[in-house]
Design a protein around this ligand. Sequence first.
Ligand code: GDP
Length: 597
Amino acid sequence: MTDHTHADTLRTPIVAVLGHVDHGKTSLLDTIRGSAVSEGEAGAITQHIGATDIPLDTISGMAGELIDPSDFDLPGLLFIDTPGHHSFSTLRARGGALADIAVLVVDVNDGFQPQTEEAIDILRRTGTPFVVAANKVDTTPGWNPQDGEPIQRSMEAQSERAKSMLDENLYEIIGQLSDAGFSADLYWRVQDFQKNIGVVPLSALTGEGVPDLLTVLMGLSQRFMKEEMAIDVTGPGEGTVLEVKDERGFGATVDTVVYDGVIRNGDTVVVGGQDEPIVTEVRALLRPRPLAEIRTEKEFEKVGEIGAAAGVKIAAPDLDEAMAGAPVRVVRDRTVDQVVEEVKAELAEIEVETADNGVVVKADTLGSLEAMANALREAEVPILRAEVGDIAPRDIAVAETANQDEHKAILGFNVDLLQNAESDLENADVKLFKNKVIYQLVEDYERYVEEKQRAQQETVLDKVVRPARFRILPDHTFRQNDPAVVGVEVISGTLQNNRNVGFFDGNEFERVGGLSGIQKQGEDVDEARSGERVSIAIDGPTVGRDIEEGDTLWTEVPEKHAKILEQELKEEITADEREALQGYLDTRRKRDPFWGK
Ligand code: GDP
């Protein structure tokens, strides 16, 4: 642990592990912790809340020949225990990433997967240095495992065949990194880690290559982050909320990663809350009990103070409204107002743009809320309201107020539907989408909107009057009137039963009556398509007086329908319907240029 008695000490760099699901993030963290503990010495690791501290001595013990501890003056590495880029994007400090450095885990056989791409985007955006752990080398066919060994030693023990198969997979990953805009190579070939990404082949299962990973992380931090690691360890503590948790005997507590200064018991702190920053006083600082004392019934031990970098549980009144991802600041030598303003300013940076119209977004942390908002902005989906927290009855009520049906939706990232909201959701006309992968959540919603629009067009299409132009055939008058029954040929469009029909007298439309039946080869039908010959019954006219054989007639399309057809459904109707519509509109517009516009 860092010695906190002097000001301006180098703190431990904070490391986050990211990657696609099942590529081995959890296993890698377990292995790093496990092999550190089996290094044997007391104090091989220190368990924090939400993080594990591995001191330089332990790393150097594990890395053996790979490391000369006298090259380093950083005290070790602090690994964040919750892997995944979702927690990574939560982990912010002063608007940037809280993690100083990241490990991107990629399964050597699977290569880049959607969440690998997502993680790379976040690393690029936050400018976080990272190394790639090419995991699961032990699954290479014919692999001869060398537990816990440095990877090059292990590779020497492999058959040519196994080695070349692994190489092929590794170069695939290097190629994918290059496609993503990062020049990369196997870490031992990298001269300048600022320009090139180091790829470390390893196995979380057998531990081979893990010493190399720790060495590279240590080297990278030492070389490029030493200045940022110099902190005033007596300064007012600064941290980020990892999680808000109810704890028996303490009420709501915040699990916090402290990245600067020191937090002391009794300190006044400002914590980012749902509505307003929370000003409160630290009642207890809690750490996990050391393994040796695990038999005592209490899970945590109280400490008087905690300095960066560390994970700690803060118990204080009024923390219920605290938000994961929000800043925590000790007030100390400043005024409360000053610090409240600081916290507000930091939260304002993360604030999500909302509109008068749009969907409701809920996410588990501020960082993921921001990532959701970015993804939705790219997809051009407006947001009505965006908040951190589980889905509550209030959210359903808000979603229901959306003007458009497609916006009556809640997109929940990594959150639950609260029990008391379940029946509200059932009774409301609101669609809920939940997913743990942002792009999938957005895709699910987009697909839903598309389907909804298609369904809407279909119902409109069902109701709209279709245009038709048709001609009364010579010698096909079967009945003079009441109703008139004549044979016709549809020239273009779709002739539907029960429509009004008429003709153009010059540019004036004259209605002659309504269709009351269509027969095709003696059978009643609802409609006749272009080119078909059918007999129709028209209520109203008398053949020989109002209409004649050889006349061209039209279905009367109401102005409103003509407008919808022309402006919204032009792509949905057939070419000959479009032709009939155009002829109809052209004639109508000779008299009134704005007809149907
Ligand atoms: P996460 O979702 O990224 O945290 O992945 P996990 O750590 O849960 O690993 C997913 C699966 O891969 C588990 O069944 C692990 O046992 C397995 N796994 C992880 N690392 C290795 C490895 O190095 N070698 C082999 N053979 N299996 C591994």
